[in-house]
Design a protein. Sequence first.
Length: 395
Amino acid sequence: MSPVPYSSLSDRVVFTFRSLIYSNYFEQYRVGNWWSFVMGAGENTVDIKVDRLPGEAKEILKSLASEWEDVLDVNELQVIQLKGAMTNQVYQIKWPTKTVSRKVLARIYGEGVEVFFDRDDEIRTFEFMSKHGQGPRLLGRFPNGRIEEFIHARTLSASDLHDPEISALIASKMKEFNDLDMPGPKNVRLWDRLRNWLGAAKSLALPEEAKAFCLDTIEEDISTLEKELSGAHQRIGFCHNDLQYGNIMIDEVTNSITIIDYEYASYNAVAFDIANHFCEMAADYHTETPHILDFSKYPGLEDRQRFVRIYLSSSGDEPSDTEVEQLLQDVEKFTLASHLVWGLWGIISEHVNEIDFDYMEYARQRFQQYWLRKPELLGSVRASSDSVADGNCAT
């Protein structure tokens, strides 16, 4: 996400809110990929008319189908909307064949997400992943969307993250992802992103909200974290930055893991990617109260050690105990950055999003964890004020 001046960012947020109300392409699920679309049929799908697809998309689809000899009629495509997509509308497209039906995905981009990420960056990342076999293959592009390969795999559930075997697969896959040599600058964007989102949150929050979340103190906290977590020892890699269970798929035949949805991906300290993944173990977005987090599900020390050791050893070299301990310490400190990222995301979303999700309560829980763990994790670094030190903010 490129740095944006606060004045222009405020203007963009107002435009974002209007876009969300009037856009035909925005689906009412969380902006930012927390409820992953389901790769299948049944109660998570809705049959629609092919007319809902842009003309350019239909031409690409017919061209693709014409290359498959087993497709009976390229014009007899069935369009099924997959519910649960977040920033886009996602459709399963299939044709009758002589054997098993052919399937692809059509993704129509949503509007109103400019405040959170750069769509051009996301498209470049998707194309890179596609070319390197890290995600679904890119089959075609049209002005406001793309055609993707249909992945025959299962999206993980919240409980899957606590399965030791699946967790080990995720650790190895995350290391592989982090080691990708993404073209372009390899600068850490986390701190600029936090400052940009803080500017947006300040411009949108009501006075009582800004006071409750101590937004006037957060700039100092970001600087403190940046100084504390920018040492030369930090491993920098290409990070997903939103590795919750809905963004991970597993092929249960081959046990291979696929990471999807790269809206927030950027170069970052790999400790942040691991920390954010650990924090996501507190969430289950498929309940009647998807905004409620249970941090008792945060992995214990033994589970964290196992994950980090597998992560470090997956490239072939056995890590030393010192390496494991150093990364574990960094991961714990980066949980603070994760709480700030998604806490600010919640405040912004409360004001630009009409989705049925309690963003403010979600933000409160993330900030609460931030204030709770900050004294423990930063040691001699004092809280910004007595009220903050007492945990009176965002409670």
